[in-house]
Design a protein around this ligand. Structure first.
Ligand SMILES: [Zn+2]
Ligand SMILES: [Zn+2]
Length: 259
């Protein structure tokens, strides 16, 4: 199973997993045109995309949905509460036959891929992160959470690949130009994960099989990629785990395991 961060950050998020036969996207916060262009840029066939799993209804995760419903035949995997929030926000109707209803804490089998959504503390209707399992390969994409709960740590155990939020440097955010209310929201327990909290969680879930860590959802305003990288590298030193940074403007592909 290969992994790609097609885009990651507050201006749009989209992750992808593929076994070379079909591709699953996680979130659709960039345009369909960008999704296709970025897949092509990393040598993945856009025609293999079959479904999108949605983590929560914030626009940086769902902006492309109305176009995806109209212009593709993809399926949408989403919890009932997030679907209701999306319909309220975007006024779209997703045809019932293209919907797969997820439930946090319950695994769904999608064409041989096991998808386990689990709850994360974030200010949305029913926010989830995803753990995926395919043929003994375990991966998780965990972004948009205010703090690392024990439940989150449990679901990050025994992974081969983890894409984890490293949103902000607390000092940069505090001293930065955001309005006080927005700073408070990001810093809250249902906001976004700081570099410091990311490193704490990473330290808790380290295991010998963890081959790849991808830092994701970095703030362009309140973080410095060098600070995020340093915080993670300190935890990962001497482990042999490879560290990558996902970014907003260009895709990152990781051949997680040879096919
Ligand atoms: Zn987000
Ligand atoms: Zn969010």
């Amino acid at each position: 199973m290969d992994y790609a961060a097609l885009a990651s950050g507050s201006r749009g998020n989209c992750h992808a997993f593929s076994d070379g036969r079909r591709t699953l996207l996680l979130d659709a916060g960039i345009s369909l045109k960008q999704i296709r262009a970025r897949l092509e840029a990393i040598g993945w066939d856009p025609g293999l995309v079959a479904a999108v799993a949605i983590s929560h209804e914030h626009s940086d995760h769902i902006a492309a949905l109305p176009v995806l419903v109209r212009r593709t035949s993809w399926s949408f995997l989403v919890t009932a509460d997030t679907l209701a929030a999306i319909q309220a926000a975007q006024g779209i109707e997703i045809p019932r036959e293209r919907l797969v209803t997820l439930r946090a804490g319950h695994a769904t089998d999608w064409d041989g891929l096991r998808i386990l959504p689990f709850s994360v503390p974030h200010d949305a209707a029913d926010p989830v992160a995803f753990r995926l399992e395919w043929g003994g390969f375990h991966a998780a994409v965990v972004t948009d959470l205010g703090h690392p709960t024990a439940l989150v740590a449990d679901h990050c155990a025994g992974l081969d690949l983890l894409a984890l939020e490293s949103n902000h440097d607390v000092q940069m955010l505090r001293e930065g130009s955001y309005p006080p209310a927005l700073k408070a929201r990001i810093l809250s327990r249902v906001g976004h994960l700081s570099n410091e909290s990311m490193a704490g969680l990473l330290g808790n879930i380290l295991c010998s099989r963890l081959k790849t860590v991808v830092l994701a959802h970095l703030s362009e305003e309140n973080n410095d990629p060098a600070l995020a990288r340093f915080a993670a590298a300190e935890v990962l030193q001497h482990t042999g785990t490879t560290l990558h940074l996902a970014c907003q403007g260009s895709p990152l592909a990781v051949a997680a395991r040879p096919r």
